[in-house]
Design a protein around this ligand. Structure first.
Ligand SMILES: *Cc1c(COP(=O)(O)O)cnc(C)c1O
Length: 368
């Protein structure tokens, strides 16, 4: 039956494999404590102000949220210094990535250009929609070859994705370099800059491309509450887009994809500057600490402006991953990015970082 009903290409997909989950690992290895440093989640968890807000609004659960989330969009507009008609919110930035592709690309005809490797959601949603994909290899040091990217763009290129800072490498380009690339794009090609990690860059003014949205009509920025704001489980992201794109998205977006508690939580998260500052401080200190030790242990480490570090260990990466897992430390192997000899570790709290580093030291120096 499924041959007759399903679109045939659907069977070429497999379910998304997220980082391993804590309960699973506890059960499998009989451990009571497991540390997850695999999905770039916030090391400090949820802001206490957000927790209180969710409690306070839990009785609103029977109400529908407001259709286009006007209060959150207004709050975000103030936060980024734009107009609310330049803001769209989504069920995670994943929803916005998906929708941008669908409103811009004619399936089986037009194309999306991405770096290889890059965040899998761009290519998965493009394939699902039927958009053609063109890949531009990253340089050996994982920096962006924007000249090469320009060469891939043709009259059928509707959307180009850049992740800045990049995942999994942590590489980032200052916005002025992205601007010179943008100014060379044909007006019929939209540049989407995914700034999921920009808060961790240490210099948002230098790295964020938000200011370009006022100057050019073919750039959009995607951001998320999943990382620096600690709301990955509530699923909320936002786009800073030209008005024409917001208008198009609001015509087709499912009206209630951002639920009422996520909306209240996001507004509260923007108020809690102290939590954000503590998060950024924890990540910066943890990042320096982990990088220093990984280098000492002979790993090849890539400089990172995200809340994670990509490295290549001196022994087989799969073995390192498996060894840490058995000790109750979950990190991310990068085979799915085509990087078999690389690993990515998210920066945790300092006590978690120490457990990770000490386990590596025992493995590298004593084989235990
Ligand atoms: C984590 C991440 C996101 C965030 O996705 P959400 O759907 O908002 O949780 C977006 N882009 C990249 C590159 C990421 O790594």
């Amino acid at each position: 039956m499924k041959q007759n009903i399903l679109r045939q290409e659907i069977m070429e997909f497999s379910p998304y494999v997220p980082g391993m989950n804590i309960e699973e690992v506890k059960r499998k290895y009989g451990l009571s404590r497991v540390i997850k440093l695999a999905s770039n989640e916030n090391p400090l968890g949820v802001s206490p102000i957000v927790e209180e807000t969710i409690r306070r609004y839990s009785s609103y659960g029977f109400r529908y949220p407001e259709g286009t989330n006007p209060s959150l969009r207004e709050r975000l507009a103030r936060y980024v210094g734009m107009d609310p008609c330049n803001i769209v919110v989504g069920n995670g930035s994943d929803e916005l990535i998906d929708l941008v592709i669908r409103v811009c690309c004619v399936p089986y005809k037009e194309n999306v250009v991405v770096f290889d490797p890059s965040f899998s959601i761009y290519r998965l949603q493009a394939r699902f929609h039927g958009a053609h994909l063109k890949y531009v290899p990253l340089r050996d040091d994982f920096s962006f070859d924007l000249t090469r990217m320009s060469e891939e763009i043709d009259k059928n290129t509707r959307v180009v994705f850049i992740t800045n800072p990049d995942n999994p490498s942590g590489f980032a380009l200052p916005s002025r370099e992205i601007e010179s690339f943008l100014s060379s794009l044909p007006p019929s090609t939209l540049l989407i800059v995914d700034e999921a990690y920009v808060e961790f860059s240490g210099d948002i003014d230098k790295y964020s491309c938000i200011s370009l949205v006022e100057k050019y009509s073919n750039i959009g920025i995607i951001r998320t509450f999943s990382k620096a704001y600690g709301l990955a489980g509530l699923r909320i992201g936002y786009g800073i887009f030209p008005k024409w794109l917001c208008d198009a998205l609001l015509r087709v977006k499912l009206p209630f994809s951002v639920n009422i508690l996520a909306e209240k939580a996001a507004i509260a998260a923007l108020e809690d500057r102290i939590f954000l500052e503590e998060t950024l401080k924890t990540v910066e200190e943890g990042r320096n600490y982990i990088i220093e030790y990984l280098r000492r242990y002979g790993c090849k480490v890539y400089p990172s402006l995200g809340n994670f570090i990509m490295f290549s260990p001196p022994i087989d990466a799969k073995k390192v991953f498996g060894h840490l897992l058995a000790k109750g430390i979950i990190i991310r192997p990068l085979g799915s990015y085509g990087l078999e000899d690389m690993l990515r570790v998210s920066v945790g709290r300092m006590d978690e970082n120490k457990v990770f580093i000490e386990a590596l030291e025992r493995l590298f120096y004593a084989g235990l």
